[in-house]
Structure formats: C-alpha cells, structure tokens
Design a protein around this ligand. Structure first.
Ligand code: RUB
Length: 309
C-alpha cells in the first residue's frame, strides 16, 4: 500500500492529526492523492486497492463517523465508474469536494453559532473542537466581549491547544481542570462543544467528559450547544448500529511503575451525551434540535438510505 495511506493512518492513530473534522479531511485527501498518483490502469485492481486503502484509514480511529463519511464520500463513485480513468478521477474530484465542503461547513457554523452569543456572555468549551472554537472566535471578531472557560481535557490535554487557539484570537480564556467544571458552571451562560458523531436519535458522542459537562450545564441552566457539521451524523445508527467508543492505551493515564499488581485501568476516550441534555445542534444547515437529526439524515441520504441497512 502506498505510503500516503499508511502514513496518514499512522498520524491519525498517533493523534498527530486529531479532531473529527481534521481526520475526515485527512482521510479524504489521502485517498485523493493515492488515486492521483496511482500506478496502474486496471479498474478491478483499482477498486480493490481503494477498498483496502479505505479499510486501513478506517481502522486508525473507530469513533468519529466523520472519518467514515470522508472516506465514503471520496470513494462513492468507484463502483459505478465505467472505466479506470473515470474511477480514478472520481476519487480525486470527490475527495477534494469533501475537503472543500467540510471547511466551508466550519465557517458557516461559526457565523450561525456566533449569533447565539451575547455581549458579556461567559462560555465554556471542552477538549479542542475547531467547530466550537470557530463559533467563539467569530463572536469575538464581531466585537462581542466574552469570557471562556476551557477544560484541560485529560489525558491528552487538548485544552492546552484550545487555550492557545483562543488566546491567539484575542479571547479572554481561563484554563480549568476537568473536575472544576461543576464549580465553575454557575458562572457560565453557554457551553459550546464539538462532535465526533451524532446518532439518529440526536445523542452526541464527543470527548470523554462531555456528558459530565452537559449534566453540570443542565443543573446550572446553562445552554448546551453542539457545533457539528452534518457529516458527523451517523447513518449507520439509523439501522441500529452502536457507535464504538475508542479505548486507548493505559500508558496515557498511568506511568510505568505506578500500577499496583492486580489493578485494572480503563481509558475510554469518548462518551455519550443523551439528546435530552442538548439545547441546540449548530450545523451548516442551521440550528436544530436533537429531534431533527433523523429527518435531516433521511433527507440527505435520499435513495442511498437502503445501502446503510
Ligand atoms: C477531539 C474531540 C472534538 C471533536 C470535534 O477528540 O472530541 O471535540 O472531534 O472536533 P480527539 P472538530 O482529540 O481525541 O480527536 O470540531 O475539530 O471536528
């Protein structure tokens, strides 16, 4: 398999490329580049190699449906293509189109979401979501005066990236440890988080701890907003598939020698926030309730829906 596929999968697995939007764009771009540089000219061989490349990319991280949608968008016309050249061009074209529409969706979400923010608001964000950060920085760019609490997001500490991103954009940001969320929530007006996957029933799968942030927001009556491109809606959940929650190496949370014999360590890196804790899902199509996800998914899938059964 060509290096671009293996290298991209490794970068995603090792979290050098991370965040649901970025990994989806990296997957689609890698397939487009692989197709562009493809050495042979045999259609069947190309189809088999594209399927193999897709599987390698999809195995790199299991939770974000965005990666699955990015890979499937890039390869969607390979099976119906009538010639090798047509199949190859479709991957180059569809991969680039996915990247472009994904970037545009983040910009649109920023514009729509920024309108939810009022001058003087205190906000909270969890982990490092480009969609959520886009909303906050757009509001600040429009001249709104906001304060942001950003969680550390153990164990990978993506919150450090968030405070860098926000402070570079001139945002007044305060870092807190994850266990300070409930203490601080009484001061917070609105929470903005990203999404790895949204199920057909409107539940959110995002960085571990998101559901605790949502619970604390509900208790304190702070508005809980999810910033999500619609390609993070999971068509597979329509037909009963569950979202796999990635578990990562225990070395991410405990050092060698710290472990008493016989003790176990559990390191799930995403969790599920039930729809009832979500006030708004801010997408490139507009703001919707969790209950609207099913309808949007069905409309977007159109005739292709039976393929997901
Ligand atoms: C990142 C994370 C982000 C979502 C959305 O987890 O949970 O909130 O992926 O990000 P990890 P974006 O660091 O483990 O990938 O809005 O950038 O797509």
């Amino acid at each position: 398999m060509k290096d671009i596929i293996a290298d991209t999968a490794t970068e995603i697995r090792d979290m050098r490329i991370r965040g649901a939007g970025r990994i989806a764009r990296a997957g689609a771009s890698a397939l487009a580049e692989y197709a562009r540089e493809y050495g042979g000219n045999d259609l069947e061989r190309f189809r088999a190699d594209m399927a193999k490349a897709s599987d390698i990319l999809l195995a790199s991280r299991p939770t974000a449906v965005s990666l699955w949608n990015g890979v499937h968008s890039a390869t969607r016309d390979v099976d119906s293509a009538g010639s090798f050249e047509e199949a190859r061009e479709s991957v180059v074209r569809n991969g680039a189109a996915f990247v472009e529409s994904s970037e545009k969706a983040v910009e649109t979400i920023a514009k729509i979401g920024a309108k939810r923010i009022k001058d003087g608001d205190v906000l909270m964000t969890h982990c490092n979501s480009s969609a959520a950060i886009g909303v906050i920085t757009e509001a600040v760019r429009q001249g709104k005066d906001v304060k942001v609490y950003a969680t550390e997001s153990r164990p990978w500490r993506q919150g450090i990236l968030t405070i860098r991103d926000l402070s570079a954009a001139g945002v007044d940001v305060t870092l807190i440890i994850d266990s300070a969320v409930r203490t601080v929530m009484s001061k917070v007006d609105r929470v903005f988080v990203g999404a790895d996957t949204i199920t057909s029933s409107g539940s959110l799968i995002n960085k571990i701890g998101t559901s605790q942030v949502a619970l604390a927001a509900s208790e304190a009556r702070a508005e809980f907003n999810v910033c999500s491109e619609t390609y993070k809606f999971s068509p597979k959940t329509l037909f009963g598939d569950s979202v796999t929650i990635e578990e990562r190496d225990i070395g991410e949370i405990i050092r060698p020698g710290e472990m008493p014999e016989g003790v176990k360590v559990f390191n799930p890196v995403f969790d599920t926030t039930p729809a009832k804790y979500i006030d708004n899902i801010i997408t490139e199509l507009g703001i919707m309730s969790p209950g609207s996800v099913y309808g949007v998914m069905v409309r977007q899938l159109g005739d292709r829906i039976s393929g997901y059964m």
